[in-house]
Design a protein. Structure first.
Length: 202
């Protein structure tokens, strides 16, 4: 029996293109993409996050750039600058969902940000999040993969200094209300986990 240690939301929504949504609903095919994929993807404002995989952020108040011992540039006083630190060995893969929280789903006129429709022309409402996550975890375990799951925490990149992990994203992505499943992996290719049809919970 799978024990889930976090409080799951009442509902998930998966936004995407019709072929992938149909594959998920009919056959339970879950795709995991690498953090580097989201870091480097071009012309995709809802998926691209150049800071995916960062492990630390430091606010800088007096940035200076030297070349051959000479100061060639200095941070404008009062401006914001950050240093991000990345670990090249830290490149897992994620599967993401929109989480409808307990508070949201009790609001009569609940709606989501229209920017989410840029993920694709279809959405899938998952009505039993516990069964969905249990089945996904079972298949991940069968592949002997190390994983973690939870809600993404959003931070103000102009104020926050400290550690980052795959469950941190800049607050410009806050509208995505993301719940993600993370698996450890060093290869860059998408991974596929099949959990069987989820028609009865969507």
């Amino acid at each position: 029996m799978t024990i889930i240690k976090i409080q799951l939301p009442p509902f998930f929504i998966k936004f995407g293109k019709e072929p992938f949504i149909n594959e998920l609903r009919n056959n339970g095919v879950v795709y995991f993409n690498s953090l580097n994929y989201f870091k480097n993807i071009e012309n995709d404002e809802v998926r691209r996050d150049a800071l995916e995989g960062a492990i630390n952020i430091k606010q800088v108040n007096d940035l200076q750039v030297f070349h051959e011992g000479k100061l060639i540039a200095r941070q404008v006083p009062g401006s914001n600058a950050q240093l991000y630190f990345h670990d090249k060995e830290n490149n897992g893969k994620v599967f993401s969902l929109y989480a409808i929280t307990e508070k949201e789903h009790t609001v009569p006129d609940f709606g989501f940000d229209n920017r989410l429709l840029k993920f694709g022309d279809k959405l899938l409402l998952i009505t039993n999040t516990k069964i969905f996550i249990e089945r996904l975890i079972k298949q991940i375990n069968s592949k002997k993969l190390h994983f973690d799951l939870g809600y993404v925490s959003y931070y103000d990149k102009n104020l926050y200094s400290g550690k980052l992990d795959p469950f941190h994203k800049p607050d410009l992505f806050k509208y995505q209300n993301e719940f993600r499943v993370y698996i450890q992996s060093k290869d860059q290719m998408p991974s596929k986990v099949e959990i069987g049809s989820i028609k009865n919970i969507t």
